[in-house]
Every structure is written in C-alpha cells, then in structure tokens.
Design a protein around this ligand. Structure first.
Ligand code: DOR
Ligand code: ZN
Length: 350
C-alpha cells in the first residue's frame, strides 16, 4: 500500500492516561485535550483516588485546568484497595462519572503501595462491578520479588488473570498495556468481556532501545519493554483489526529529576504526540487503514459508549519533537525527544 499524505479519522480516545494533579496536571492536560475526545484517567495520585467523592473532586480540577474551547471528557476511575466495598461501587455507578476501577497489585508500579494485596478478598467488589457495569482495569504484573521483572506479566496471566476472568464472566476486564506474546494470545483466546490496551512505546520500542549503547531512562516504564518478538506480536495485534485491542497511551509524566537519577521512576510521557506515534507504528506496518478502528472505534464499543463524531486529520509532514516540555515548576522529557516524527496532527475539529 502506498502511504497517503493525509489521513482523516474519527477523533480518538485515550483509554489509559495519567494526568497527575495540581500544576503538573495543568501543564500536561492540553496535550491530551488537543488530540482526544475522552480519556480514562488513572487514579494513582498521592493519595490515590479511592472514592467517588475524590473522583468527582479530581474531575472538577481537571475540567478547571482544561484550555478553553476543548470538549475533552475525563472518564474517572477508582483505585481499588483491600478496603474497597461493594457499596462504594454502587455509589460510583450512581455518580455517572466513574467508568471503571483500576487494580494495581500492591507494589507493582508508581504509587501502587496502597493497591490490592489479596484478590480473593475483593470477590464481592468484582461481583458488584459486574452487576453495575463498571469495567475492571488491570495492571497485570505479579509483585513477588523472586519473579524476574521480564516474567511478571506472564506469571500474572496464569496465576491471577485467567482465574479472575473465569470466576467473573459478567465483568468487563481490560488487560492494560499488554507487552508480551502470551498476553496477546490470552486476550485473543478470551471471552468478549476481555480486552487490552497497547501503548505507543511498546509498539515502537523493544528493550534494546532502552539498554543498548547506554541506558535511556525515559524509556523505562512498567511493564518494562520486552524483546523484539514481543513488540512484533503487539504490532500484529494492534493492526489486526481485532476489536478487543485498542489505544491506551499510559502516558505518565515524571519530572526530569525523577527519571535522571540513581533510582529513576517508571513512566514514559507520550501525550505530546500520542496519535502521531501510533500513526508512525501503523505506517511502519503498512496498516494505516487500520488506525481508525484501533484509535477511535474499538475502545468506545468495548466501554459501551458512543463513537466520536468529530474527525481529525493527520498529515505526512515531518517535525522534530522538542527536547522537553513544562511540567509544573520543572520539565518533562517527552518520548522521542529530539527525534523526527513523520506525522503531524492538524488542529482537531470541535
Ligand atoms: O511506567 C509506568 N508509569 N507504569 C505504570 O503502571 C504507572 C505509570 C506512572 O503512573 O508513572
Ligand atoms: Zn498506567
């Protein structure tokens, strides 16, 4: 297929986004609002967003920080803990503001220390979520210190996710930021209630990109980048047109000082060029005609939300990603800093 010079698609949504809070949030929210109509907002703030009251207050702060003229809609999530109750799930549903709950195994990633230690105990909560129609968003890695970091996703599938999906057939589950051939196979072979998000960094980079020729801390994220054969499986899933794989950037800004230090935080910031990164990955796979389903249709369908009617246009027009962007009082180093992207998103239709 020869590459087109312009591609117009329905406006996309980001089904996995970290916006943080306060001044940092105010600096980054515009990047997402420029591209996406809606986004699932992750709740791993400090303290985490564990209640509907907290989610509503956070949504107000997000809305207040939005640049004028953007109709960006934050879809809120609750952070599950060992203390979450079925009553809180009912309250979340009634609010109309909460789309899903996020399961962080305690200790798995950034601000997950208050996460879930025992999945068994949350049975009534998962049952309530299934009844109320709230999706369960899963960070799929075991946290056992004896398990190698490159094996943590595979082990989570066998030990936790497969039993969970089987036990709660009425519960919609999103296996977030999948990174392995096993995860792709598990989602493909799973029921219609099981889907996955795929990030731009896991589509574009393998672990060599992070570790060969020097360590590149801005590509360090969790789940960590894997081998090339895993990246290829993710690309294949994303461009396949399978409706249970869809866009979720996991854009996760950290201050430059938190990344470039002796013990750097996990997280790659990709919101500045999210759709352009996906376009790059799809163009490399000669599959730009599949971008719209992945970016703009399948996620909405899975969440039971209407597809966006506004349209956006990507133009083949090389540009260089700046070295950094503001992040509150400091800076964030964006994914691909200083490198060239072939696609540019024109101003989104409102
Ligand atoms: O790399 C990551 N960063 N993975 C996560 O799961 C969390 C995220 C963050 O919040 O920084
Ligand atoms: Zn995330």
């Amino acid at each position: 297929m020869s590459l087109p010079d312009e591609l117009t698609i329905a406006q996309p949504d980001d089904w996995h986004l970290h916006l943080r809070d306060g001044a940092a949030m105010a600096s980054v929210i515009g990047h997402s609002a420029r591209q996406f109509a809606r986004a699932i907002i992750m709740p791993n703030l400090r303290p985490p967003v564990t209640t509907t009251v907290a989610a509503l207050a956070y949504r107000e702060r997000l809305r207040a920080a939005l640049p004028a003229g953007h109709g960006f809609e934050p879809l809120m999530t609750l952070y599950l803990t060992d203390q979450t109750t079925a009553a809180e799930i009912a309250t979340a549903r009634t609010s109309g503001a909460v789309a899903a709950c996020k399961l962080y195994p305690a200790g798995a990633t950034t601000n997950s220390q208050d996460g879930v230690t025992d999945l068994e105990r949350l049975g009534p909560v998962f049952a309530a979520m299934g009844e109320q129609g709230l999706a369960l968003l899963v960070h799929g890695e075991v946290t056992d210190p004896d398990v190698d970091i490159f094996d943590r996703e595979d082990r989570f599938i066998d030990e936790r996710l497969a039993p969970l999906v089987e036990r709660f057939p009425g519960l919609r589950v999103v296996f977030e930021h999948v990174t392995t051939t096993a995860a792709v196979a598990f989602v493909r072979g799973g029921p219609a209630t099981l889907a996955a998000t795929i990030t731009p960094h896991h589509l574009l980079y393998n672990r060599n990109a992070m570790l060969v020729g020097g360590i590149r801390p801005h590509l360090y994220c969790l789940p960590v980048l894997k081998r090339e054969r895993h990246r290829l499986a993710l690309v294949e899933a994303a461009v396949s047109g399978h409706p249970r794989f869809f866009l979720g950037t996991d854009s996760a800004p950290h201050p430059v000082e938190g990344k470039e230090c002796g013990c750097g935080c996990a997280g790659a910031f990709s919101a500045h060029a999210a759709l352009e990164f996906y376009a790059q990955a799809f163009a490399q796979a000669d599959a730009l005609d599949r971008l719209e389903g992945f970016a703009s249709h399948f996620g909405a369908d899975f969440y039971g939300l209407p597809r966006n009617t506004a349209r956006v246009t990507l133009r083949r027009e090389p540009w260089e990603i700046p070295p950094d962007y503001p992040l509150g009082p400091t800076r964030v180093i964006p994914m691909g800093a200083g490198t060239r992207l072939d696609w540019r998103l024109l101003a989104a239709a409102q």
